[in-house]
Design a protein. Structure first.
Length: 256
């Protein structure tokens, strides 16, 4: 994998030069704060609209918000966090082919395997920081506003949600190995997600799918145990590795 270090430095530089790192940071901060904030403001909002509800015959009682509500918001907003990350990275591979920037690098000794893995490593690092900021801020503010003594398995929840992002990065790498535009890549990733969501409706398959990891918020209340998601985590990890290997093989055969 000659040239891996050079290409990795190039990818890190590209994150800053294209302002993607700042966009990811801004989104991470916004959603990290927004998750507990929405939960915290819920009683106030319900009070403000109580008269309107009453006119429609709806009586709103006292609303009690707990740490669980904050994490429920995290669960609801996570898909948006995922989408933003995938959209930002969707053109990473195909832009290299479109602009022809890989040709001089390959002729100077960079292997295509090194290109794929350096891009993937950069995206994994960016996703990890991006997710950690969102998750960490949500965790911190939730602990500040509410009693979290009844909240369980927080780190397991974080791990499972993080793995879902890693899986989609592997899917992105796979489709980028043979598609020619970021729109095509996004459609491919979106198609996989829709397919997994549809298959998840089959009860016998649900617990084996990567999307099952996004239901791990139930771990926080003890309704489920980490072991209940072991099969989905194993399948997610194995499929991610296979997709990356396929991306490498196809990229090595692709015409520049």
């Amino acid at each position: 994998m000659r040239g891996f270090g050079v290409f990795f430095k190039k990818e890190i530089t590209e994150l800053y030069r294209t302002y993607r790192v700042f966009l990811l940071g801004a989104v991470a901060l916004i959603f990290g704060i927004l998750n507990p904030l929405i939960a915290k403001l819920t009683p106030w909002l319900m009070e403000q609209y109580a008269d309107s509800f009453r006119e429609q015959g709806i009586i709103v009682g006292e609303v009690t918000v707990t740490a669980k509500d904050s994490w429920t918001q995290f669960d609801k907003n996570f898909l948006i966090v995922l989408i933003v990350g995938v959209v930002i990275f969707s053109g990473s591979y195909v832009n290299e082919y479109a602009k022809g920037t890989l040709i001089p690098l390959v002729t100077k000794g960079l292997t295509r395997t090194g290109m794929v893995l350096s891009k993937l490593l950069t995206q994994l690092l960016a996703w990890t920081v991006y997710f950690a900021v969102t998750f960490g801020i949500t965790w911190g503010y939730t602990a500040y506003f509410w009693d979290t003594s009844e909240i369980k398995n927080i780190l397991w929840v974080g791990l499972f949600f993080w793995m879902m992002g890693v899986f989609l990065l592997a899917v992105l790498a796979f489709f980028s190995s043979f598609m020619n535009s970021s729109i095509q890549v996004l459609l491919g990733v979106g198609g996989v997600y829709v397919l997994l969501t549809t298959l998840g409706m089959i009860r016998s398959m649900e617990s084996l799918l990567p999307t099952y990891l996004m239901g791990s918020a139930a771990l926080l209340t003890g309704e489920k145990l980490p072991g209940d998601h072991a099969a989905a985590a194993g399948v997610t990890g194995a499929v991610s590795v296979v997709l990356v290997l396929l991306a490498v093989v196809i990229t090595r055969r692709r015409k520049l």
